[in-house]
Design a protein around this ligand. Sequence first.
Ligand code: G4F
Length: 339
Amino acid sequence: MTRRALITGITGQDGAYLARLLLGKGYDVVGGSRPSPARDLWRLRAVGIDRDVRIADLELLDSSNILSVIERERPHEIYNLAAQSVVHSSFRTPVLTGDADALGAARILEAIRKVDSSIRFYQASTSEMFGDTDESPQSETSAFCPRSPYGVAKLYAHWMTVNFRNADGLFACSGILFNHESPLRGREFVTRKITHGLAAIALGQCDCIELGNLDARRDWGFAADYVEGMWKMLQGKAPQDYVLATGRSHSVRNFCEAAATAVDLDLVWQGAGIDEKGIDSRTGRTIIRVSSDFYRPTERQPLVGNAAKAGRELGWRSTMSFPELVRTMAEADLKLARR
Ligand code: G4F
């Protein structure tokens, strides 16, 4: 029997990679996406599957809409990837972020319980839930201490996933994913902002990019690896929660340096703090400035994950190294800018 999967947020980076993976495994894929006359399917086109998935209007703020989509489509698996996922924006829109990211997951879980409790559920949880935790690296047993409205909302959704599993016996898994990037990443996130910006600078299309905290550290892996982990979680014998991460952290500064090398810019740093600048040593031009606009109100602990449990129980591991990831993204952006 063909298995059917419903992916909320199918138009995002992870939605596109997951849909491609599931189609390759013979699934019938339905993509949930917010009703919009200007729906942009560029990522689905980029991975060559825009004609192979059905799109259903799905609004995380509307319980009756969620219920009717699940009743109509009768998926075997639901991957809840839809969210207001920009951490920085969540400080300005905490209520909307909570409604979509926290209650949105609860609405889906509630609909599963009503329609068919055998539907397997994946919740896209995040390393942002760890926030200011005092343990490093972070694993499934580390304390949660979110430092953003986004992290708080995601933590509610995480605990609801655990609770529906324990109280109602749902096969519900929470994947606690550290940052995962690719050429399909949105430009509001720092990695793609850097590769897109430096590629444009290298081709003379732009002068300079502005960044926030250059010393912020993240555990960056390749998104296509991480969707494989999502699928593996729902194929397990018993529902569990898993951290997916590379186990290595790098700073925003490291990312800039690797991206500059990949687009053939010779980046050197001058100054300190808010006055620090990245200079192209060949031309002497400033190509990176620091701006307080991109600093987070709260950010302390460098986030780095321990994915040993996923390795042991799911056979999952991240396959792409940091230099390879940066190079892949930078080369894709050079190609795009040349077009
Ligand atoms: O790329 P970012 O915006 O990603 P962030 O906040 O870590 O969140 C991403 O990963 C999470 C874990 O998977 C997801 F849950 C979440 O939805 C999202 O996908 O920022 C990364 C780091 C931060 O420390 C930030 O302070 O980069 C620092 N940064 C420095 N300058 C910047 C900038 N971030 C952005 N977006 N823009 C800057 O100019």
